[in-house]
Design a protein around this ligand. Structure first.
Ligand code: ADP
Length: 316
């Protein structure tokens, strides 16, 4: 089975829904509370698993009850936790999310906790998985040293290195230039290139800046406007697949996980983008992030319906 490996964040999402968000000093009575597994790394590696790859996350939790929420999630999914280490003295990553039910606006505080404590030794423990995997994916929600080390592992074993540069922040150029695939959304692409993006033509300009930096393949996700791709020579634009959007949070994670799985399964780039576009579209039809991620069969069905391509026949 094709394998995806990568350093990624584990974050417990703690969400409160209320008719309005409190101002300083105010207490608002909310209507609903949810607590569950999240984090860009976890969501993407889970999406890669559901999309049909063996998926291995290298990460860290705190020595607290919240770690159980993350570990239980992996057990339920039937995924390995062999490279999830425990750090003392810090909490498991947590996101405190407040949602205004009327406007659907939210406010989020992220505590990175153990996600900031991933060491080179932790990553070295997973060396065998880097050696035997087919694609490596990482994001910017763990300490940047761990992102760099993940990149070095991918390079050491000649594995395609997929960088989802989120949440955006300044990082060493070395990490960007070594990306075989970079997958920013519009805001992230603007941060790294200085090009404001409103349409595919703007995405093309931003992508050229990444290519100039040394990135091999640029994929800019454009939300309900789809996705733009270039390797500097050829380009592909796919409109978003028309679906009934219920909740778009986590669409990027679903897209990235499916994309990593497709690259690991050796799909040619156009098919990998179609597969990921379908994965992203399916995720917006359901509430939540982790729970809304689609399974391979549903992605295959949508790819066949939308593009007339049967990836199963073509690649398996
Ligand atoms: P992020 O969640 O990182 O901001 P995007 O919003 O760009 O990422 O969405 C990622 C991908 O998910 C898009 O490129 C597209 O494939 C899919 N997607 C997002 N929103 C929709 C939508 N409303 N309808 C269909 N597909 C969508």
């Amino acid at each position: 089975m094709a394998k995806v490996a990568g350093v990624g964040s584990l974050v417990v999402d703690v969400t409160a829904y209320a008719p309005h968000l409190p101002v300083h000093g105010e207490t608002t009575v909310g209507t609903m509370f949810r607590m569950g597994p999240g984090g860009k790394g976890s969501n993407q590696i889970t999406a890669a698993h559901r999309a049909g790859a063996e998926a291995v996350i290298i990460s860290k939790v705190g020595n607290d009850f919240m770690s159980e929420i993350m570990l239980d999630h992996y057990k339920k999914e039937g995924m390995t936790t062999r490279h999830i280490k425990t750090a003392d003295g810090v909490s498991t990553g947590a996101a405190l999310i407040e949602v205004d039910e009327k406007s659907a606006q939210n406010r989020i505080i992220i505590i990175k906790g153990a996600n900031d404590k991933i060491t080179d030794t932790d990553i070295l423990c997973a060396e065998d998985d880097f050696k035997t995997c087919d694609a490596v994916i990482t994001q910017l929600e763990t300490n940047i040293d761990s992102v760099a080390e993940c990149m070095r592992m991918a390079k050491k074993y000649g594995k395609p290195f997929i960088l989802n540069p989120a949440p955006f922040q300044k990082i060493p150029e070395e990490i960007i230039k070594n990306a075989d695939y970079i997958t920013p959304n519009e805001t992230e692409a603007e941060f790294f290139t200085g090009v404001h993006i409103e349409n595919a033509a703007d995405a093309k300009k931003a992508a050229a800046v990444f290519i100039e930096k040394g990135v091999k393949n640029v994929i800019i996700t454009l939300g309900k406007s789809g996705v733009y791709y270039t390797d500097g020579k050829t380009e592909i634009y796919l409109p978003a697949i028309k679906v009934k959007a219920v909740d778009t949070t986590g669409a990027g994670d679903a897209f990235n996980g499916a994309f990593a799985a497709a690259i690991a399964m050796n799909f040619e780039i156009g098919d990998a983008l179609r597969f990921a576009n379908a994965g992203g579209a399916l995720s917006v039809t359901k509430l939540g992030t982790a729970p809304s991620v689609a399974y391979k069969k549903d992605i295959y069905d949508l790819v066949l319906k939308e593009y007339g391509i049967n990836p199963e026949k073509k690649y398996e």
